[in-house]
Design a protein. Structure first.
Length: 212
């Protein structure tokens, strides 16, 4: 099994699927074979995968809901298979699936919206990650361009003793437009700023993997 990146947060609406799909596509466009694993019962990533244009070639494999805790991690790993990289779209709550997704990952990214509530609410997922000793980093998502809140939240996250990526995603229409069509911001015109955000995150992820 190749390198696995888990995108995990206990809070819904944190931008997990947006980050997971765009990051998976960035890794694929860099010349790698990538498989996504969808552990979220809402199956947003799976629906996105079904809408992919012909020839896109980025499989999204949902995890069934009938797996016991002791076999769930093995199932996730089997769905990644022989791909060079796996990207896990985590569940929107702390549950058995969260620990399994973290356990199957070589590195975990925690997307977090720049609000005090989201910062405080990250504690539960950080505890799961630290218990597993899996390398991890925060990625601030859906920041509002032109405000200082994301910077303040980044400072607040330092208390968790995990790195915070410098690159962030912002609230841009391009992310939603691309997802509706089964694409990413790397594939549509007029999305240069969003594209630069994802490419920056991918670069920092590569650096994190090298430093591990």
């Amino acid at each position: 099994m190749g390198l696995v990146i888990g995108v995990v947060n206990a809070k819904g609406g944190s931008g997990k699927t947006t980050l997971a799909t765009n990051l998976a596509r960035a890794i694929q466009l860099d010349g790698n074979e990538v498989a996504m694993v969808d552990t979220d019962p809402q199956r947003t990533a799976t629906t996105w995968g079904e809408k992919q244009p012909e020839g896109y070639g980025l499989p999204v494999r949902p995890v069934g809901s009938d797996y016991a805790a002791d076999t769930l991690q093995k199932r996730i790993e089997s769905l990644v298979g022989d791909s060079t990289f796996g990207v896990i779209d985590g569940s929107a709550k702390i549950a058995e699936g969260t620990g399994a997704a973290v356990g199957a990952s070589d590195v975990v990214l925690i997307p977090i919206q720049p609000t005090p509530a989201d910062t405080w609410g990250a504690r539960s997922v950080v505890e799961v990650i630290k218990e597993s000793e899996t390398p991890a980093a925060f990625v601030i998502s859906r920041q509002i361009v032109g405000t200082n809140l994301a910077k303040e939240v980044a400072e607040g996250l330092k208390g968790y003793e995990l790195p915070v990526f410098d690159h962030r995603t912002s609230q841009r229409v391009a992310y939603a437009e691309a997802m509706f069509d089964g694409k990413t911001v790397l594939d549509i015109s007029g999305a240069q700023k969003a594209r630069e955000e994802i490419q920056g995150i991918a670069t920092e992820l590569a650096q994190l993997l090298r430093s591990d």
